[in-house]
Design a protein around this ligand. Sequence first.
Ligand SMILES: Nc1ncnc2c1ncn2[C@@H]1O[C@H](COP(=O)(O)OP(=O)(O)OP(=O)(O)O)[C@@H](O)[C@H]1O
Ligand SMILES: [Zn+2]
Length: 614
Amino acid sequence: MSVKYYEIALLGKKLFSLTYSYEDSLNFGSIVNVPLQKRKVKGVVLREVEKPDFSVVDIENVESLYYQEWQLELASFISTYYRCQIGEALQLMVPYSHDYPKADKTAHTASDIVLSPSQETAFKDLLSRDSSLLFAPTGSGKTEIYIKLFDKVLNEGGSALFLMPEISLTPQMQKRLEAYFGEKVAIWHSKLTKSKRQSVLESIRNGTVSIVAGPRSSLFLPMQNLKLIVVDEEHDDSYKAHNRPRYHARDLALWIGKQSKVRIVLGSATPSATSFAKFPIVRITEPYIKTKKRYIFEGGSCSLTSNMLEEIERHHSNGGQVIIFLPTRANFKYLYCDNCSYSVMCPFCSVGMSLHRFRKVVQCHYCGYAEKIPSSCPKCGSIIRSDRIGTAEVVEQLREHFSDMNIEQFDKDTITTASKLQKALNKFAKKETDILVGTQMLAKGHDYSDVTLAIILGLDYILALPDFRARERAQSLFVQIAGRAGRAREATVIVQTNQPYFFKEYIGKYEKFLQEELVYREGLYPPSMYLCRLLFASKNEAKAKAEVDRIKSKIEKFGLVEIVGAGKAPIEKIAGKFRFNILLRSSKRADLMRVVKAVDDGSFEVDMDPVDFA
Ligand SMILES: Nc1ncnc2c1ncn2[C@@H]1O[C@H](COP(=O)(O)OP(=O)(O)OP(=O)(O)O)[C@@H](O)[C@H]1O
Ligand SMILES: [Zn+2]
């Protein structure tokens, strides 16, 4: 046997692939152990290469784990598009194993769900396309349709992935899936214990589990004969990774769909403007159970009013539950007028400008434009401010008022573990909780029949966010939170906003909103334009600044893409590091990629198709 040479990707390492030798033939995708300086690291066989003219060392041994071709291809795509080493992209994937030969499949009995006529039509339409967007209101039974789709895949001997935001993976959802699919469904998430994780993986590898429900990381599991990926709540930002490589799981699912002939179903009551513009739409317009919903609009910014307290009292005495939404505090470093809701906007970028108290300016972090903090509202002259109350204060106020009610806080401060999430939702399901006060977490797919009052506070803060998707996020939150109420009974939704017309205008007409939004973004923002953000961070502020200038002038020389702005990031310092960014824009994805590749010397992080501008 003659010695062969292989290019080996170094798993999880920010290093180029290296060449090693081996006495035997190796399969591409095999995981091997190789020496690297004085350590032993894991690598992946990428391809055979010619004998190099430098000396190389031997691969130590070959493991029984391997990546399938689709994973190698996906990793290669991630490494070029989101910019990282292939070994880093492969590290995201969970390998297959030779140790678990395929088990025999047990027969699957079809579920007894009877779809309504409109659900049935949607079901058929989804099956007639390779990829489509199920655009259906809250409570319209998207989950029932997905279950029917999974059913079909199982009966044909395939497997399916059910992606959802981690927070939607509630005990209720798990019960619902297990009732239909028993042992064939597995729940996957980041907080599984090591032994649970091992047993789930074994079942996936030997094929006894054919449906996996989980967050974005489930996309990389070693599924057997994958036929369908459902991306539920496709508009949700949690599909975007916030560490290198900053991939978007929805976009990767669509890429897999194209490469490997896997059907893709995106679903949402409030689809992203981008998906709305790009994919064939399967539309349902009515919820499964039609109930009456009454909307009340009130002015103010973020506080409980006496009318709200009266409504809470009334709904509570009628046996209804209440949810109260407030936007998360961390997002609100910008100026905002309490009286007329005016927020100081950048004249060049149509986004809210963020507040920098130290420098006494408001600044656009897209283009860098800054101006003095206005002493009063430029529109109505009243006092302008930037602080507001949070969930804890609202809970406190409510407890003072309603000593007989159970009031729970539901946000990142209180829901710190998966079991706390389970506990909180179980209590709510059993009606031990009367009022749930929470943040964005409240908006995700929860299905409780007795919620008859939803109160939405501080929506104007979302509208004023320094983010080109501020309107989309505000509309989506409004619809999603309102959608938690009235799923089986008549309900009331109280909305606190000084811009009621903006929300009234589109009630029950989300596509009208999306169409107008697309016009507004034309030539400026996705989907008509592509964005890429380059992130610089350093303990040395001057050094970071110098790097930005250096890269900026390199990009300028190319002239191929537009530099929207370059300068300090909105959050100027995290963990002692000064943060800067460059925002690039182009109508052509390929041009963005070309320029970024050309200037990428490792001095910054790349965020393709960014959704977070903090
Ligand atoms: N065909 C059906 N048969 C029986 N029950 C149904 C059917 N369709 C929907 N339902 C019930 O209606 C309720 C709402 O359905 P589901 O939770 O699937 O809505 P959804 O479209 O996923 O909503 P959201 O966007 O809010 O997550 C659920 O309690 C569900 O069990
Ligand atoms: Zn600007």
